[in-house]
Design a protein around this ligand. Structure first.
Ligand code: AVI
Length: 323
């Protein structure tokens, strides 16, 4: 953390998590072009808005992936080892994990998430609904190395990373994540990963610019969060949400565009905006099956099976960590 931000963090009595947030925000907003890390979307309000996004008519990924997992559950179960531990990286609402737990013979479920309260509540519900599956929640940032619980040491490991969250990483970060997951899960492990596919640009643009404006509220909530937690004074009506498809880089980009020239303060620091200047808040990469399997191969995994929906909108991959 630079000296200036760490001094600001001290003056404003921020704890370690808030100081990191302050550092990332001030650093991102003083870059050209300005950017903010998408991981900060998910405070309580942002997580609720994301749940709302997953139910939007335009946002096809969630229901399409659920459809694949539901329709192909028997095929998925057939290639997984019995009595394995299912390790979910970033355990959202666990709806998708429930499908796998219902269809396959898992001995243990290890949800890994940064939010302890959320995990413990979920662990209770899952233990009730799947009494034969031992649940061992791990509170950790799954993008960094973490230790698996001792209790699953001798079980075969199956990693699970649904939702095309891998698409929110730049390709080098996606590769780093796949390598790290391989190191955590070990030789012989399987990884089940959900990946959104390239498609008609209009369908992509609509999914991230929904008619009801929920994605816009999700995007703007990042500024509201900065106001709440970092003593910011963003006027939300001074920024507009826009999602564009960057064809060369195969990604949807979400931007917040300043509607006018303005100066915003965050922790007392002035941040000037030109009219039309953007803050890049998220990239959501879309893959072809060939590009994703090449990325997986280059990151230590051997593709074992790929399933898609009939329209080829979304893909679910089973990857093997060969010894
Ligand atoms: C979580 N992630 C996979 C979502 C996506 O589609 O990239 C986040 C999202 N952003 C806007 N809508 C949904």
């Amino acid at each position: 953390m630079n000296v200036h931000v760490s001094a600001l963090a001290k003056t404003h009595h921020l704890d370690e998590r808030e100081a990191q947030f302050a550092h990332d925000v001030v650093e991102g907003l003083t870059q050209h072009p300005k950017r903010l890390p998408p991981k900060y979307f998910y405070d309580e309000a942002g997580s609720e808005l994301f749940e709302e996004i997953t139910r939007l008519p335009e946002y096809y990924p969630t229901r399409t992936e659920l459809g694949i997992l539901h329709d192909r559950a028997a095929e998925i179960a057939a290639i997984l080892p019995g009595h394995a531990a299912l390790v979910e990286f970033g355990a959202g609402a666990a709806t998708k994990a429930r499908l796998l737990l219902g269809a396959c013979r898992f001995a243990a479920y290890v949800p890994v998430d940064i939010s302890g309260d959320f995990l413990n509540g979920q662990a209770r519900d899952l233990s009730r609904d799947f009494p034969k599956v031992a649940v061992y929640p791990v509170i950790a940032d799954f993008t960094a190395p973490f230790a698996l619980p001792d209790a699953i040491r001798d079980m075969p490991k199956v990693g699970f990373f649904p939702g095309s969250t891998i698409g929110n990483f730049d390709p080098h970060e996606a590769s780093a994540f796949l390598r790290s997951a391989r190191a955590i899960l070990g030789d012989g492990a399987t990884l089940i990963v959900g990946v959104d596919l390239e498609k008609d640009e209009q369908v992509l643009r609509a999914a991230y610019n929904d008619a009801a404006g929920v994605t816009a509220r999700f995007d703007l909530n990042m500024l509201a969060r900065i106001n709440r937690e970092l003593d910011g004074n963003f006027d939300l009506s001074g920024f507009a949400h826009r999602a564009i498809y960057n064809r060369e880089r195969h990604r949807i980009e979400m931007h917040l565009i300043s509607r006018r020239a303005q100066t915003v303060r965050v922790l007392g620091q002035a941040i000037p905006f030109r009219a039309g200047e953007t803050i890049h808040t998220e990239s959501s990469y879309k893959y072809s099956i060939a590009r994703f399997t090449a990325l997986a191969r280059g990151s230590g995994w051997t593709p074992r099976a790929t399933w898609t929906d009939s329209a080829g909108m979304f893909s679910v991959h089973a990857l093997l960590a060969r010894d």
